[in-house]
Design a binder for this molecule. Sequence first.
Ligand SMILES: Nc1ncnc2c1ncn2[C@@H]1O[C@H](COP(=O)(O)OP(=O)(O)OP(=O)(O)O)[C@@H](O)[C@H]1O
Length: 360
Amino acid sequence: MNSDKQAAVLNIEKVRKTYGTAEALGSIDLCVAAGEFLTILGPSGSGKTTLLRIIAGFEAPDSGRVSIRGMDMTWATAAERQIGMVFQNYALFPHLTVLENVMFPLEMRAIRRGPATERARAALESVHLGAFADRYPKQLSGGQQQRVALARAIVFEPSLLLLDEPFSALDRRLRESMQQEVKQLQVSLGLTTIFITHDQDEALVMSDRIAVMSGGAIRQIGTPSEIYYHPNSISVATFVGESNIFDGTPVGCGFRAASGARFTLAAPAECTRILIRPETVSLRRPPAAADHHEKNVFSSTVIGRSFVGGFTDYRVRLAEGDEISVRAVAREGGAFELGETLQMIVAPEDCRPLSGKAGR
Ligand SMILES: Nc1ncnc2c1ncn2[C@@H]1O[C@H](COP(=O)(O)OP(=O)(O)OP(=O)(O)O)[C@@H](O)[C@H]1O
């Protein structure tokens, strides 16, 4: 075993799962390091829940191996794995108080009442619910119930914390504050965490690394910035963030789109597609004197505009016919008009090869 794998809390090797003739998971390999926050991101049906259930011990793989802290746990029960879990639907016991809910995992482990109460109270403090110990779940808001579920998941100091879409029932503001809170707690306690979501923004905000799944396979794994700026495929690029994708062919140091639009790239690349993120593009009214040294300046027309508070999202059509989305910082009274003829500019380093040798 190499040192990476020794430091891993979770190591998944060649895990496969089929339901009848349908393959839910191909051959999954995944290593999660101690203290790491890893997100499994993917659209509905991509296999996230199946993978999570196999990690948790609710489901057995057809083949492959699941190790936790270096021990083969493929056939261990859920209880033997010492994993803390939080689900979307809270799953608190309604007839137990908040404190009793949090003490439950400790009672299951036959920890005496005195120390169990002390630990449960400390866990409730860590999620800022110390004052709510004697309430019942139905007397709490959704966000508070989810914090109780989190306290219950961490109270027995699990080797691994699994979070399955835990914020999806919460409204946007509460969701964002819960993201911050969970992230702070995860860092301060050094919790090794696997987070499942189909929400790319949530994945980008919270994760040390993101594994992007589709069709039962991990398509790419990397830091949020690697995934966003260097997607290795069209499916990852379009799933994470907004994107403009041009098909075409490499020409010298540049790229010619199918429409004929020519882009200068930062370096020659053997690619058949380039990716341009909307926020890397700028728009301006044509200056009186043209600067012929400037690269990637295209004549374009505004064909759509929406103000999204802080930003204006434009849709523009290049003279060559391609349509492209642009995200600009909004200034009151400073928006371009529909039908206006503008220049669209994009830096060579922001035209990213998507496939081929230099495409990553
Ligand atoms: N018990 C089952 N029996 C048959 N097929 C199943 C079963 N569970 C999952 N599948 C199939 O396996 C594939 C992966 O499903 P899975 O629930 O893991 O996806 P997911 O990414 O978690 O989706 P969602 O975000 O909608 O929960 C899907 O095609 C699904 O229909």
